[in-house]
Design a protein around this ligand. Sequence first.
Ligand SMILES: Nc1ncnc2c1ncn2[C@@H]1O[C@H](COP(=O)(O)OP(=O)(O)O)[C@@H](O)[C@H]1O
Ligand SMILES: [Mg+2]
Length: 277
Amino acid sequence: MHLIETRDLCYTYPGNVKALDHIHFIAPRNARIAVIGANGAGKSTLFKQFNGIFKPTSGSVLIRGEPISKENLREVRKFVGLVFQNPDDQIFSPTVEQDVAFGPMNLGLDEETVQHRVTEALGVVGIEHLRDRVPHHLSGGEKKRVAIAGVIAMEPQVLVLDEPTAGLDPQGVRDLVGFINSLSSKYGMTVIFSTHDVSLVPEVADYVYVMNKGQVVGTGTVEEIFINEEMLNSVRLGVPVLPKLISTLQKHGISISPAYSYADAERSFLSAFGKQP
Ligand SMILES: Nc1ncnc2c1ncn2[C@@H]1O[C@H](COP(=O)(O)OP(=O)(O)O)[C@@H](O)[C@H]1O
Ligand SMILES: [Mg+2]
């Protein structure tokens, strides 16, 4: 049974804006899934279906095999944690600590457990030092981390991050890559994130969905998706710089093995130049 599955999912906004068009999406256990697509492709609309914020116009969303209903909505939200694109939509409390504690407190956990979870979550995103600060006065990147910590503190099985790197500085992006990968490897969490930054994808995803105009136009592993330069260009995305460079070198007859992530590319280049990685 899949953690999340959508079948023929369609969603139309009032005013007849068709935002999702027959989406089939599957999130297996412990996967890291990237949903890539240009602005307006439908990524945020899709994510809001995963925890019942929006209801399908037609088709279905199944969480652990069950359709989302009034009766299981609370359980679904415990299971699927969604971090919005804009942290201001998510942060309400007067201090960072209270904000991160809000979710676990609503789960009815005792004070000690709540405190423990807050400390853990702040640690995962690297903002223990902001614990007593006023979220409203933080930078965009800091707010983003607070919003993510608030969701992690609820210990969802599936963490859904909408454009998590938008507005982060380069170190912020590296930190994000690090903690997404550790949530996946250490806690077995399934992580689903959206982005239009294709270079990020090989560093944090096993599986990719490509969206365009409300449809899924490609699915596959990182290797399967990024080989298809034409398709990616046609949806205003393109191929990340490393695989693009390697394929250009190959076209010029240089013997170098394909690579997508930075670590793999480093090995490919070193061995192409006859050096031991
Ligand atoms: N509240 C809304 N009302 C009407 N149309 C909307 C609304 N939100 C998004 N849309 C439209 O739905 C489509 C998908 O938007 P969205 O899911 O935000 O895409 P993405 O997250 O990939 O940028 C776009 O055409 C967008 O204009
Ligand atoms: Mg969006």
